[in-house]
Unconditional design. Structure first.
Length: 708
């Protein structure tokens, strides 16, 4: 249930706290990696350099971010990339000086005095130019938390760290761009200039990074998606709602085929569920109200809208008539007790309840009594009408699957039950955050929920990991990491569901499996989901771009909310554990990633156009030979096309290369005579002549084995 995508769409839950403008907790700071420490230290060096050029500059916050760091600065001079060389020059001097990052702890009053003198975020005191943003930052430090300052050379900053030891530890850096940002991310606050840069341990790593960035631009899935006619967006359909063109649909269907075969072999059952459900189900699951912001607003169905309006109006009319009637018929005559208070009906308006009480006691005039009866009837009729019904587009498949689990009585013999579906979900992402296929509003998820007993958990979890590894081999992901997030016992009942035994047991089991299977993983304390430990699976593309495919979660809270039970061997009832898993993530993000991973040069089994049969010339027997080959391939399920037109062979090959057709079978009269085909592979060129049968058999086996 965890949101799996970070703002830029690439990294995911990996470091979400570094993506926001919020102040980091000490805990988050302790988790900063070496590279993040180095980059954050580079932000101090950046500020030092800017101050040497513009001593009046006022600094706000300078955290590490995903690909580097920034520092927010207020300065009347507008910094542009033309200024970078100058700033970088000063940064180099500071790094060369190899100053120590010296830490001192001060009282709040001392820190405030330093800020008021302009010393914080400055190279010296700056009378009349108080460090206003540092004063604001100081106010955000909770009472009782240590207040620390860091000093490198002359630059003194309010900061909780951590840093590298010395400025000289920053091996390589580069300023990259400028953006603007509001102080503390709030548009009511002043607008600042956000200077971005990146830093690395050494020059080689930095060069590799920039090479990767360049290559990634060429492989951008939005660019290739258009060139290869894979998908499109249309304003009339709506932002973030991709339309899959025929070529992209091939990718989707091949992935589904892979998933279905794999899941079938692993004992999964397939289910299908609607794209929307009643509000009540999401209240049970807890998506409402907690996840409401990410869901499309409710659709209200009101079958009795007109009737309800009519009755509501009638009731209001009667209300008015009863009050007016009571006023004229009963003024000054009656005293009634309402809620123990005696009140005369005098010149003012009587209350409806007062009139009701009088009619109940038979003390009201007849006309009034008739109106009261009519009022009550109308009111009852109104109550009998069904309430408007609210439906939501589903943002997750889990609740639907839970309902399927609960639809029939389950016994321990049915477990583990593995329910799989390529389920379509809809999430309301802010339009500014939509990004190609990486962040969309409709998505199809390689989802499954495994319901099992505690005893079965370890084996089920191991099998899920095996499935990941199988997929990694097929797609040629050589580098991957499983990020195992665990709970913090101190936060049971607040951040984590209060099940100390289950937490310990499942975490131990997950850890065991990870260790035993030799999977590359890291353990991250205190980042689990509310209802169980989770594992984020990250892979790196062929060019080293990092990507979070999916999040697996163990869930020992939600099945109970849905009252899911199975009958045990001893005829008792127990709640199953649930594993949420989606190894191929969503089609949208996964295909977005594959496009970049393969640079659009898909392996044969995935390629939208697998084979193009090209004739040299248009001789009748040759064309007939070509047509027979295409027919044979298509009869075997191969996406083959013939190009038998009058274009020159070179032109036909060039066109097929442009469309990234995987295999070209080029036919000349000599091939025809020998029963051969000349095989050409996209990007590799001519690989020689083969017997027709052999070439076709090769193609079929490469597809069947999903060869890379
Ligand atoms: Zn710092
Ligand atoms: Zn789920």
């Amino acid at each position: 249930m965890e949101r799996e995508i970070a703002k830029d769409g690439w990294s995911a839950t990996f470091a979400p706290h570094f993506m926001s403008d919020e102040r980091k907790t000490l805990e988050q700071r302790n988790q900063m990696t070496d590279l993040e420490r180095l980059r954050h230290s580079a932000a101090h060096v950046l500020a030092t350099a800017i101050l040497r050029i513009w001593p009046e500059a006022q600094f706000a916050a300078g955290p590490p971010v995903e690909q580097g760091f920034y520092y927010d600065v207020e300065l009347s001079h507008r910094i542009t990339p033309e200024d970078f060389a100058r700033i970088e020059e000063e940064m180099k001097k500071e790094i060369k000086a190899n100053n120590v990052f010296e830490r001192t702890v001060v009282s709040r009053a001392e820190a405030l005095a330093l800020a008021e003198s302009g010393r914080l975020g400055g190279l010296s005191e700056r009378p009349g130019n108080a460090s206003k943003f540092k004063i604001g930052n100081l106010a955000d430090i909770p009472e009782g938390e240590e207040i620390s300052l860091f000093k490198n050379g002359d630059f003194l900053d309010l900061c909780a760290g951590p840093h590298v030891m010395r400025t000289g530890n920053i091996g390589a850096f580069k300023l990259t761009h400028v953006a603007s940002a509001y102080y503390k991310g709030d548009e009511k606050n002043p607008q600042l200039q956000r200077i971005y840069g990146t830093a690395f341990k050494n020059k080689t790593q930095m060069e590799e990074y920039f090479t990767m960035v360049e290559e990634a631009k060429k492989r951008d899935h939005r660019k290739l998606g258009k060139e290869l006619e894979l998908f499109t967006f249309d304003e009339d359909v709506g932002p973030g709602l991709p339309l899959w063109l025929p070529n992209g649909t091939v990718l989707i269907e091949e992935l589904e085929k892979l998933a279905k075969e794999t899941e079938f072999a692993a004992g999964y059952d397939r289910v299908r569920t609607p794209h929307l459900a009643r509000e009540n189900m999401y209240l049970t699951s807890g998506h409402l109200p907690y996840y409401a912001e990410s869901m499309f607003p409710a659709m209200e169905l009101d079958e009795f809208k007109a009737k309800r309006a009519e009755l509501t109006e009638r009731r209001a009319q009667l209300h008015g008539m009863i009050i007016a009637g009571a006023k004229s018929l009963m003024v000054g005559t009656t005293i009634v007790r309402i809620h123990g208070v005696t009140s005369p009906i005098v010149g003012g308006a009587p209350k409806l309840e007062q009139v009701f009480e009088l009619t109940d006691k038979g003390r009201a005039p007849e006309q009034l009594e008739a109106m009261v009866l009519d009022y009550k009837r109308t009111d009852e009729e109104l109550m009998r009408l069904d309430e408007p019904d609210r439906y939501y587009l589903k943002a997750m498949n889990c609740p639907h699957h839970h309902k399927i689990f609960g639809a029939v009585p389950r016994s321990y013999r049915d477990l583990p039950l593995r329910l799989a579906e390529y389920g379509t979900c809809y999430r309301y992402e802010q339009s500014g955050e939509l990004m190609g296929l990486m962040r969309v509003r409709s998505m199809q998820m390689n989802d499954a929920h495994i319901y099992c007993t505690e005893e079965q958990f370890e084996e089920e979890f191991r099998a899920v990991n095996e499935m990941y590894l199988k997929y990694f081999r097929i797609f040629g992901f050589e580098k991957y990491q499983m990020r195992f997030s665990t709970h913090d016992p101190a936060k049971l009942g607040q951040k984590f569901v209060d099940e100390p035994e289950l937490w310990k047991k499942t975490e131990d089991m997950v850890r065991n499996v990870l260790i035993k299977s030799g999977i590359n993983y890291v353990e991250v304390p205190n980042e689990a989901a509310f209802y169980g430990p989770k594992i984020d699976v990250q892979v790196w593309s062929a060019i080293g771009k990092e990507f979070t495919i999916a999040t697996n979660q163990v869930d020992f809270a939600v099945p109970a909310r849905f009252k899911l039970q199975y009958r045990t061997r001893d005829n008792a009832f127990e709640t199953p554990l649930c594993i949420h898993r989606a190894p191929l993530g969503t089609h949208e993000r996964f295909i977005g990633f594959l496009i970049e991973h393969y640079a659009g040069n898909f392996p044969l089994w995935l390629a939208p156009e697998q084979v193009s049969v090209i004739t040299i010339g248009t001789d009748e027997p040759l064309v007939a030979y070509g047509k027979a080959i295409v027919a044979e391939l298509r009869a075997n399920g191969v996406r083959a096309q013939g190009d038998f037109g009058t274009d020159k062979m070179q032109g036909k090959i060039q066109q097929a290369e442009q469309r990234k057709v995987h295999t070209m079978l080029v036919l000349g009269n000599r091939d025809l005579e020998a029963g051969n085909v000349s095989v050409r592979l996209h990007g590799k060129g001519n690989v020689g002549a083969k017997k027709r049968d052999e070439a076709i058999a090769d193609i079929l086996s490469a597809i069947k084995e999903r060869r890379a």
